[in-house]
Design a protein around this ligand. Structure first.
Ligand SMILES: [Zn+2]
Length: 528
């Protein structure tokens, strides 16, 4: 792996920023009487930043190890084990493994009592995005075809780094409270956080922090889209397509009618809705009437309620397509997510920390790497961003995250740190390349500082935590969390059979196929 030589942040730059910040933070951290009684200590932002600097070699090691492993969602076995081992070695207790039926999810904990601060890790890679850490397209020499195109290797490393630094400070300064680390497996497919949210793993958390690499530096004061993932399958009757087509009923015909209807539906859904799909199975040969055909579809919109409306419509559409083609339909919404709920006090505080920590300083070599990558991608070779974005005003964006479900259960905020050049998007081989270099590592170290600073505020500044909680209560007044995943789904649908402990993944399909044999059979939902 080509590794760009690493240089730490310029000391002068950091000291100048720290000085400004120390004044601001001191104001916030002047102890209230409760704080003084419970915590007895005040931690300066300089001490927090230093604690992260101290663990930065570990952040690099973890980030590069996860990048090398590049394991896809639900199969991130080694990555999960590696992170758990690191946490154990550093004094954390693993309180849950295979959490909520996701074998690679986990929960770890340090300390005890209130407040409870949560930090979320991710570590799954994406299929087909493997690339050497070079500024041109080059498959990995070790044959690994998956790649960290979304930079979850850096999320794992940076969030772990923040947790280690906070834990060190809690020990040194005798700070009360619980630091809980959530191993959020499979974020790219059936993210574990939704299962954990359904099963109440965030109930006692006072505030939750997370981060994501991108090509920009910003606090995530945004709303992401809520979404549902659907599996739609049609069963017809096979026949010789030339000799006796009248004996057959094509499942592919049903898929086509279904998708034509979906595309007509587009005109009449809200402007915030997004519908995207693939045909998973469209038959085996043109001269055989397809007996089985299937579609995987994602429906997104600005809120959970809007998504549920769309899903109900799609189930009716599948029913209609089955009727028209004399086939049978199965339409299951097997996974979903909430939109991301912001928190104003947390967002504002995180913005201050982001501005204080600042952008990473890059070497000439790193800038050359970034520009070469941009040339390769056909975008303007401007290098890495040189701006921190002003605090966004809660815009809704098209993508989704399983952090959404967490954010409706506990006050949650995240930060974005530049890990790839401007104009380069995540989920590309270019991003994979960038996330395997010191550019990526610097992103993780910077994010760890912002998370550790915000985390310490939550642990020691009770007045601040009260504001955070009030904002959350106001936003969720009258709201009751209803999981997008049915309680009967014990494990992710995409989990390979050998990793299951609750029976076959095919249970769902088997019961459908069995009922499909019955001519009266007709259903659009496998759970009644
Ligand atoms: Zn991601």
């Amino acid at each position: 792996m080509v590794h760009i030589r690493q240089e730490s942040l310029s000391v002068n730059h950091l000291v100048a920023r720290l000085f400004v910040c120390f004044l601001t933070i001191s104001l916030f951290l002047i102890p209230s009487s409760t704080l003084a009684a419970e915590s007895k200590t005040i931690v300066s932002s300089e001490e927090v930043v230093n604690a992260v600097e101290k663990v930065s070699p570990k952040i690099e090691e973890v980030g590069m190890k996860l990048w090398e492993l590049s394991e896809v969602s639900l199969l991130e076995v080694e990555s999960s084990k590696y992170l758990k081992d690191e946490l154990k070695e550093n004094g954390f207790k693993i309180t849950s493994e295979g959490t909520s039926g996701v074998p690679t999810a986990f929960v770890a904990e340090f300390g005890s009592g209130k407040p409870v601060l949560g930090i979320m890790l991710e570590y799954d890679a994406l299929p087909e995005l493997g690339n050497e850490a070079v500024p041109h397209k080059e498959p990995r020499k070790d044959g690994v075809t998956a790649g960290h195109g979304c930079g979850h290797n850096l999320i794992g490393a940076g969030a772990l780094g923040a947790a280690l630094a906070i834990k060190d400070l809690m020990e040194d300064k005798k700070i009360a409270g619980t630091l809980r680390v959530y191993g959020g497996a499979a974020e790219e497919t059936e993210g574990a956080k939704v299962y954990m949210a359904r099963d109440g793993f965030f109930g006692d958390v006072d505030a939750m922090l997370h981060w994501h690499p991108l090509n920009a530096a910003s606090v995530m004061n945004i709303r992401t889209a809520a979404q549902s993932q659907m599996y739609i399958e049609f069963i017809g009757r096979t026949a010789h397509a030339g000799f006796t087509p009248w004996l057959g009923r094509s499942a592919l015909d049903a898929v086509e009618i279904f998708l034509v209807s979906v595309n007509m539906m587009r005109e009449h859904v809200r402007p915030t809705a997004r519908i995207h799909y693939i045909i998973k199975d469209g038959g085996v040969a043109p001269n055989i009437v397809p007996e089985k055909a299937s579609v995987i579809l994602t429906y997104r919109d600005a809120s959970r309620a809007f998504v549920e409306e769309g899903v109900a419509w799609l189930k009716e559409t599948a029913k209609g397509a089955a009727l028209a083609t004399q086939t049978k339909a199965l339409a299951v919404d097997y996974y979903g997510m909430y939109d991301l709920l912001p928190n104003t006090p947390l967002a504002k505080r995180m913005q201050e920390h982001l501005e204080m920590v600042g952008l990473p300083q890059y070497t000439e070599e790193e800038i050359a790497f970034a520009k070469n990558l941009q040339k390769e991608a056909g975008v303007e070779p401007t290098g890495m961003t040189d701006k921190i974005k002003p605090l966004p005003d809660e815009p809704t964006v098209g993508g989704s995250t399983d952090v959404g479900d967490v954010s409706w259960q506990t006050p949650t905020m995240g930060v974005l740190m530049p890990a790839e050049p401007e104009g380069i998007g995540v989920h590309t081989w270019m991003a994979t390349a960038s996330h395997g270099t010191s550019i990526g590592v610097k992103s993780a170290v910077g994010a760890a500082k912002v998370l550790a600073l915000a985390g310490m505020d939550i642990l020691v500044d009770r007045a601040f935590l009260e504001q955070v909680k009030k904002d959350f209560e106001k936003r969720t007044a009258g709201f009751e969390y209803k999981s997008p995943i049915d309680a009967k789904i014990k494990e992710p649908v995409g989990l390979p059979d050998e990793m299951r402990s609750h029976g076959s993944v095919l249970d769902l399909k088997e019961s459908f196929h069995k009922q499909a044999e019955d001519d009266q059979f007709y259903r659009t939902k496998y759970i009644d």
